[in-house]
Design a protein around this ligand. Sequence first.
Ligand code: SAH
Length: 617
Amino acid sequence: MKTEVAPAVVVLGQNSLAVARQIIQVLPTATLYGLANRTTGVDFSFTNFGDTVRGLFIQRTPLIGICAAGILIRTLAPLLCDKQQEPPVLAVAEDGSAVVPLLGGLSGVNEIARHIAQALGVNPAITTTGDLRFRTTLLSPPPGYKLANPEAGKKFISDLLAGSQVRLEGTAPWLINSQLPIHPDGELTIQITERSIKGQGAGGRERGEMTPDSGGAKGLSPPLLFSGSRSGAEPSPLLPAPTSDCLIYHPTTIAIGMGDTTPQEGEVRQLLGETELSPASVAGIFAPLSLAASPEIHAMSRNLGVPARFFPTTQLANFLSQGYTLAQAVALTATGVSGELMSPSSPVAIALAPQPIDPTTIGQPRGRLAIIGTGPGGWQWMSPQVKEILHGATDLVGYKTYLDLIGVLGDGKQRHESDNRQETGRAMFALDLAAEGRYVAVVSSGDPGIYAMAAAVFEVLEQHGKPEWHTIEIQVAPGISAMQAAAAAIGAPLGHDFCAISLSDILKPWAMIEQRIAAAAEADFVIAFYNPVSQARTWQLAQARDILLRYRAPHTPVVVARNLGRPGQMVKVITLDQLTPDVADMRTVILVGSSQTRQFPRQDGGIWVYTPRRYSG
Ligand code: SAH
């Protein structure tokens, strides 16, 4: 099930986690909020329940509290003033035995309650009379329908409850299958139409007048159903402004198709106006995959509040071979063969489907590739941005150890594990996957731009770029690098100028590494050594130390930090002349102090190391 804003599931203790996870299974976009110190393995930790819940409510985030209903009621009470603006709020019992919709009757709370209750195997505690009596929530229609005049809802429903009958104009299976008192002579009316109503600024056209196959989807010279001034046809009258006796639903049956150029949003709106169709009936903006990076298309999709979906050329071949323009082929591919073209040939085509279109099942979204750094250890060092990406991603690509570090945040995603050394192949694989419309997270430990995958992705993108790779939205999300975590654990050794050098000579010759160490030592940088040793490489660290000793005193402080943020974390301070390969392994980062780096004892027996920000001269 989908809600427009990702819901928040809020837990106050670890005992609630099992039920929370069952709920997230059926609301996969939900974010798990947990009280700090009482919960682990959540997406976001909070310390103040009231501020967090009120903040989410104000942002209209659907809220599912695994807690007593009373807690939510008391927390939100000061904010309850406009039921039109309320997000869905539900209380769920910690043992999953009760699902209580509390607020948000107009934003689908009962639907969410039914959904969660079904997953938990219980009956939802629905208390809304209209909903119970008519088995449908007129004020929050199912996906595929938008209520054009919610302000009429209150009187309409009270008339229904008082015994009025309702006449249905147009088709909507959810209404026919409800227990509404439908009667051809009903004094109330429900209209299902793509037509604009007065006040929306555009005319419209009656869906009921069309037969599904009357359009031009099949012939070689497509007959088009036009209306409006462009075609010269008599425009149908505007739908009169609705009264409180009439509810109007716009079905999302309109596909807007783009050709090989992107028109401005104004042109699209004008075309909708000319064809007398309501923007509220637009199901999606559809375009060839080559336009997936077009900012205009994404702006249009945002402004109309509908998804942008794309077709690879192969999916358009059928309609193109029948003589349709590219834009028409796109629009008709979105509606299917029973769609009808509603506009004359232009850079944009509008097609109407006989049923609401579910855009999430048509074509593909713009692919996304996020190159993320999870920090050196567990979730507490992951940025909120990285957690959010992990939340939304469909696929995770990375070295197995790094994917394991993500823990439960990786649940339910396709994992593509690989060898740590296959960087180029992994980057190409991830780009190919994203080009299919997936949301791929390439996972590195630490920071993704520091001896990690980000550079590999950009290298293959520049040097082997397939055209479809350039349609992908690419984002780099930083992480805490091992040297920062090491520095924080011991004080502030990176407090002044510093540099990082990888001692691995797999990707660069040792002579170059030697030269860099000497130059950095001479310049008096603090040096962070990454990849200091591995099973196959042990001598480099000893050589590095010998070079350093030519420039630095033997008692220079050296921080050796292993398994930062992970089980077995060890941070110790030695002197430069004690730096031997056996103090380090592949999970160790080493910080060698400059001539200014200082150390002094802590009260607890440990030691602080820092590099002052000022050179004394
Ligand atoms: N992108 C990573 C670095 C990857 S290179 C980052 O920004 O941290 C791998 C090297 O990073 C290791 O050989 C080690 O030197 C260092 N490293 C990574 N994780 C570490 C950890 N948890 N503790 C100590 N060193 C770590």
